[in-house]
Design a protein around this ligand. Structure first.
Ligand code: GDP
Ligand code: IMO
Ligand code: MG
Length: 423
């Protein structure tokens, strides 16, 4: 069998959690391959709302195996809180959740370093989620990291060495901190983690594939936050693109099947960094208010703007997207005109390809389409779609060269319309 990948094409928060939950019944396994608790994936069903950070979004659909892959960074304290809350709400996961021994551990001092580096950057700060993501991946790449498998053998000495090194850096940055409380929770998290299946997940995933099982890989963040292809340096510290699923799970490129690219009918971004189609006017406020655009993890207000097809075409290319999924179209239900950025004007030139630098001097060139001005939130079939909405979809498919297979018309699991038959 092949692995299918679902990932964000914009700056994160496209609605990945919701759609992974919707697609899970079609798969045997759901696996996260990168990122960590910087992610906040929201699912709604049965009148309940859940936000997942490290646990894959397939956890609510029957007894599917859910895997946290080697490419993920895991904070044991936050993981414990998340897992205990799920179990308390009647969703047992201990038997179904498998965690890679090669996943790297976020230490309490990584969180402090994240805050210290941000403070040192002043106005140039990235606006990270403060979860220690950058420092943890830095330690991984510089061969100083601690991995989940390390907790099983002589962990105390490894931890003490890493902590001492981090405290040295914090001292150099003149950063005042109090570690005791954080460390206590974290150590409780380490003990808790030992109760889970800690596995060689690359072997497990490949064995499952060989035995005919199907795997859905769940991306975190979005392509424009990718460490290589995003709006560097205002990005996260992992490969959020489809290639990241290969390194983050140990599946070979020729194992990849469908790549589901998910995007909002408009665009949002949290934290600092360039955003060519950002709307700082009342239209942006209106999108944010209707779309409840506040971060699932940090509660920060998300910046809002029109859809950016220059960036989306780039994302489709980098990821090899085979099917598109459009989210939150209901948010635009009341707009009389919808704008879509089809090119940038840079130094007087019209540019259709995503340029090296979008920091300044990028003026979006918009196409304007008539809005549908119809409440779509109760629609469950494409036959019900208004004509203007179908025109918007056709326009996007034409611009992006890939069909839109699923349209989401609300946050609930049920508010999902599939457009094409599965082949
Ligand atoms: P993720 O990080 O990609 O999983 O996305 P988030 O959960 O951070 O943000 C998406 C937000 O939009 C969540 O609050 C979802 O409940 C909500 N949402 C998802 N799909 C839709 C939709 O089609 N319409 C509306 N109005 N909200 C949606
Ligand atoms: P999900 O999976 C939106 C952003 C942060 C910041 C930058 C770096 O829910 O889509 P980090 O803490 O990763 O070092 O922060 O990336 N960011 C996200 N924005 N959704 C996310 O995840 C994000 N994860 C990180 O706001 O700008
Ligand atoms: Mg999110």
């Amino acid at each position: 069998m092949k692995v299918d990948i679902l990932l964000g094409l914009q700056w994160g928060d496209e609605g990945k959690g919701k759609v992974v939950d919707v697609l899970t019944p079609r798969y045997d396994v759901v696996a996260r391959f990168q990122g960590g608790p910087n992610a906040g994936h929201t699912l709604e069903f049965g009148g309940q709302k859940y936000v997942l950070r490290s646990i894959p979004s397939g956890i609510f659909q029957g007894d599917k195996v859910n895997i946290i892959g080697n490419g993920v960074v895991l904070d044991p304290a936050l993981f414990k809180a998340e897992a205990e809350a799920l179990e308390a709400s009647g969703h047992p996961l201990r038997e179904r959740l498998h965690i890679s021994k090669k996943a790297h551990l976020i230490l309490p001092t990584h969180r402090l370093l994240d805050a210290a580096y941000e403070a040192a950057k002043g106005d140039a700060k990235v606006g990270t989620t403060g979860k220690g993501i950058g420092p943890t991946y830095t330690d991984k790449v510089s061969r100083n990291g601690l991995r989940v498998g390390d907790i099983l053998h002589r962990f105390d000495e490894k931890y003490a060495a890493a902590k001492a090194r981090h405290e040295q850096i914090l001292k150099g940055l003149d950063y005042a901190y109090d570690l005791a409380g954080l460390e206590r929770e974290w150590m409780e998290g380490i003990e808790y983690l030992k109760q889970f299946h800690l596995v060689d997940s690359e072997q497990e995933v490949n064995d499952l594939l060989a035995s005919g099982k199907s795997v859905l890989c769940e991306g975190a963040q979005g392509t424009m936050l990718d460490i290589d292809f995003g709006s560097y340096p205002f990005v996260t510290s992992s490969n959020t693109v489809s290639a990241g699923a290969c390194t983050g799970l140990g599946v070979a490129p020729n194992r990849v099947g469908e790549v589901y690219g998910i995007f909002k009918a408009y665009c949002t971004r949290v934290g600092a960094g360039p955003f060519p189609t950002e709307l700082t006017d009342e239209v942006g406020e209106r999108i944010g208010a209707i779309g409840h655009e506040f971060g699932a993890v940090t509660g920060r207000k998300r910046r809002c703007g029109w859809i950016d097809l220059v960036a989306l075409r780039y994302s489709v290319m980098i990821n090899g997207v085979t099917k598109l999924i459009m989210m939150k179209s209901d948010v635009l239900d009341t707009f009389d005109t919808i704008k879509a950025c089809v090119a940038y004007r840079i130094d007087g030139e019209e540019v259709e390809h995503f340029p090296y630098d979008i920091t300044e001097g990028v003026e979006p060139i918009y196409a304007e389409l008539p809005g549908w001005q119809t409440d779509m939130s109760a629609m469950r079939s494409e036959d019900e779609f208004p004509e203007e909405f179908n025109n918007y979809l056709s326009f996007l498919e034409d611009q992006l060269g890939v069909p839109v297979q699923i349209v989401s018309v609300g946050p609930d699991r049920e508010q999902t319309v599939e457009r094409y038959q599965e082949e």
